[in-house]
Design a protein. Sequence first.
Length: 505
Amino acid sequence: MTKAKKSIAFITAMAVVCLAFGLFAWHTNKPQGESALAASAEQILTLQIGNPQMTVDGESVNIDDSGTVPVIIDERTLLPVRAVVEAVGGTVEWDGDTRTTTLTYKNDVIKLTIDSTTAYLNDAAQTLDVTPVIINDRTMLPIRFIAESFKFTVDWDGDTQTVTITVPANTESSDATAAPNTNTTAKSVVVYFSATNTTEGVAQKIAAYTGADMFELQPKVPYTSDDLDWTDEDSRVNAEHNDSNRHVELVTTDVPNRDSYDTVYIGAPIWWGEFSWVIDEFVENTDFTGKTVVPFCTSMSSGLGDSAKHLAEKTTTGTWLAGMRFGSSATDEQVQEWIDGLDLPTSNSTGTTAAASTVYMTTDITPEALVEIYDKLGFEPEGNVAVKMSTGEPPNSNYLRPELIGDLVKKVDGTIVECNTAYGGSRSETEMHKQVIEDHGLNAISKDGKADIMDEDGSMTIPVPAPASGTSTITEDYVGAHLANYDSLISLAHFKGQVIRLLRW
Ligand SMILES: Cc1cc2nc3c(=O)[nH]c(=O)nc-3n(C[C@H](O)[C@H](O)[C@H](O)COP(=O)(O)O)c2cc1C
């Protein structure tokens, strides 16, 4: 083969059905073994601003002997790190010389240095948006970084000024949870925005279960609690909600190693019945071609409605699944059950991968509808494009008429390709076949005014990958030698409307 066959799309048209088969590498998103999820009881901690006591699984205990209290400074809730980590069975070490705190929980180790925005999670440098500070001899920090690193869920109740930290039952340390942000081999990523950490909690559960990497979308100008007050008609969210040209700039939309991901979970809170507009910049600026996109959201009470559909409409690329809504107390089981039911790409036994098929259908049999449905595939053919079709056996054959497919063939600058038949008839020899092609008006829509009979100069073989399961004796396939001249192939197939009979024996 002189040229690699880079991409192939198939469209089945005419009898109202168009099928698209993605051809991208998938991998399984499920954890490798149950050992990664050894169970321990869920723990719940609550801490309240100004309150020297916290609750651990419902029991009130002093935060420490010095009367340390959680505080709000510069609109950030700062919690005493030692009390939280020790309460859940972790350890805390303080090095006065380097002013460094080392937090260990299960197999994960966080190093924080006072007044430094660089922290380390399992030796990987991370940037904090707030430096750790010492207040009354205690290291204080917003809980978000620690929660993300240790896979805790954090809820904030503004009315009672209470932080609830949930330590899931299944956070026994595992490879999947050790250092998600540095795992470049993972094939799924959870991209999310979370204003008050609820969506982040679900994102963490997805990542813990699937081994996905995580990527947080952060607005350049973070939202304060006043900004988020939708009951105040002068608040930032209300101003943005009322502005049809709103645009929230993100720190970055550039997910590291983004090409390596097959599945993109994308999550945000529901704001006024829709996915928060904070993620729009990411959706609009990302090419999801070849990826399965799985929207999820959290809300107080609103259902998913059409919100995921509206989100998907902000881009033309990617295969978007239906999406899922979670409440603020989503459990691991709920998240896992949802993931188990998803139609996600899977890998086969050979290490090569197969994509879940997405079926697009239209009952509008027109050139415009065919182009529209083709566009839905998000397929961008490269180089020399072949359009495979049946050229139609005279005298009374069904074949796709040039008037129907011409616009699409021209749009992709494609050459109509076909092989001679093996069963005799008017297309079994090249010269006869060329005449049929001309008679059927197919040269006229083909690139350079000339369709191509691919086996005119003999045949070549292409390898047939091993099946996902079972065995196959077919290891190669004979095709027309001209296939080597093309970089992309679109297959237009049609059904004749055969009567389907139901037989009873
Ligand atoms: C500006 C704004 C608008 C909201 N609109 C809705 C809504 O329409 N329906 C609803 O059920 N919850 C609504 N909520 C509540 C959030 O969707 C819910 O608390 C969500 O879980 C918060 O996620 P987060 O903590 O990840 O930001 C809204 C919250 C905010 C701040």
